[in-house]
Design a protein around this ligand. Structure first.
Ligand code: PRP
Length: 178
């Protein structure tokens, strides 16, 4: 294991079980509909890719990129659109896929922006939820794990663009980023 990892919070198998469970719920809830997964780059790419393969109703995906952290470990509160969706979402069932919700400011911005485009629905799926850090009342419709306020990396999540490739979700030693 990498020397900078304090401990493994969720191993690959536990993540896989949880992603399958969420995909089952989504497939049940969207029965008879088509769902568009909106992958919020870059942290959500691995979660989205796995979810996509386990969902059994018709599914499409698109990507959007926003910036909230930059290289810092704390959310700046400023959300900037870096890349918009490729396609229009009018009358589409949109499911925003996030690796993690922290302050909730990114999602508040995204939900408000996407709702203006007259989608059939907008819901949120988040693998991790640092609920104690929330600055608004955003709650995902599908949540994997509620986690404590620790700096997590792996399974798509980074510190300074490193660690995204790890198959597990780990906690970074504070001395790495302090
Ligand atoms: C993370 C995460 C969310 C956002 C959550 O992205 O993927 O999009 O921060 O934080 P918030 O709830 O405080 O708004 P990040 O900015 O680290 O970019 P990345 O996914 O490209 O690594």
């Amino acid at each position: 294991m990498d020397n900078n990892i304090k401990y493994v919070m969720y191993g690959a198998e536990e993540i896989e079980r949880k992603v399958k469970e969420i995909a089952r719920q989504i497939s049940h809830d969207y029965q008879g509909k088509e769902v568009l997964l909106v992958c919020v780059l870059k942290g959500s790419i691995i979660f989205t890719a796995d979810l996509l393969r386990y969902i059994s109703v018709p599914v499409k995906m698109d990507t959007i990129a926003v910036s909230s952290y930059g290289n810092a470990t704390e959310s700046s509160g400023v959300v900037r659109l870096l890349k918009d969706l490729d396609e229009a979402i009018k009358d589409v069932h949109v499911l925003i896929v996030e690796d993690i919700i922290d302050s909730g400011l990114t999602l508040e911005y995204l939900i408000n922006m996407l709702k203006q485009r007259q989608p059939a629905s907008v819901k949120v799926c988040a693998l991790l939820d640092k609920r104690e850090r929330r600055k608004n009342n955003i709650i995902a419709d599908y949540t994997g794990f509620i986690i404590p306020n620790e700096f997590v990396i792996g399974y798509g999540m980074d510190y300074n663009e490193d660690y995204r490739q790890l198959p597990y979700i780990g906690v970074l030693k504070p001395e790495v980023y302090q």
